[in-house]
Design a protein. Structure first.
Length: 220
């Protein structure tokens, strides 16, 4: 009920990622995907087949799904079964995202906006980040015709009013943007970060509202 807005959905986690966000909740999936139990495609499709009429969608998440080989074929197989597909992505593979959109394979796209472009590499945990790739994915999503949302995991150490204002300018004209409050967990890549209280999140949300139609909070 939570991962795909408006639909009862199954979530499929794909291992591996091209980012190393220190506050990531799925550390093992990102850093050590081989350590996780593998569920093969036939088993996933069999699971979904048995739940036709109960589930309305499938959320494909990670990690970063766009770094997985065979992603398009996997999505086609799911859609051929009659399910809507939501893709969670960090947007750093705009060529893959663009092809999926052009082929009509995505019904809902959720893109993480890590931070202002000036602090993007720091927040994503990689050096020499190409901000143009992020901006291209934003452009693709805004013109996709699919349902979509942009979202940012808010961490005190990375996000303040200046950063949120800059994010708002990057996604100007978007329909939906969510501020997701950071939550510490056993799976975090680098524990020790801090979350805002509701008042602090509301203050940051106000920085984005001049640019985006709907700005909402999660995990408060």
């Amino acid at each position: 009920m939570l991962d795909y807005p408006g639909r009862v959905a199954a979530s499929v986690f794909l291992g591996g990622c091209n980012f190393r966000c220190p506050f990531c909740q799925n550390g093992d999936l990102v850093l050590r995907p081989e350590s996780q139990p593998v569920i093969g495609m036939p088993e996933v499709l069999g699971f979904l087949e048995k739940r036709k009429g109960i589930l309305a969608g499938v959320c494909i998440t990670g990690g970063e799904p766009a770094v997985s080989e065979g992603l398009a074929d996997f999505i086609k197989a799911i859609k051929d079964m009659g399910f809507a597909v939501k893709l969670d992505t960090n947007g750093y593979e705009p060529e893959i995202l663009g092809r999926l959109v052009e082929d009509g394979l995505l019904d809902y796209i959720a893109m993480d906006i890590k931070n202002s472009m000036e602090r993007y590499g720091e927040t994503a945990g990689i050096t020499h980040l190409d901000a143009g790739r992020i901006r291209e994915s934003i452009r693709i999503i805004l013109g996709s015709g699919a349902e979509y949302e942009f979202r940012t995991t808010i961490v005190k150490e990375f996000h303040g009013e200046a950063e949120l204002d800059a994010i708002g300018k990057e996604i100007r004209g978007a329909e939906k943007y969510f501020l997701q409050n950071y939550q510490e967990s056993a799976g975090v890549i680098a524990p020790g970060f801090h979350a805002y209280g509701r008042e602090g999140l509301e203050r940051l949300a106000e920085c984005v509202r001049p640019y985006v139609e709907s700005v909402q909070l999660r995990n408060c």
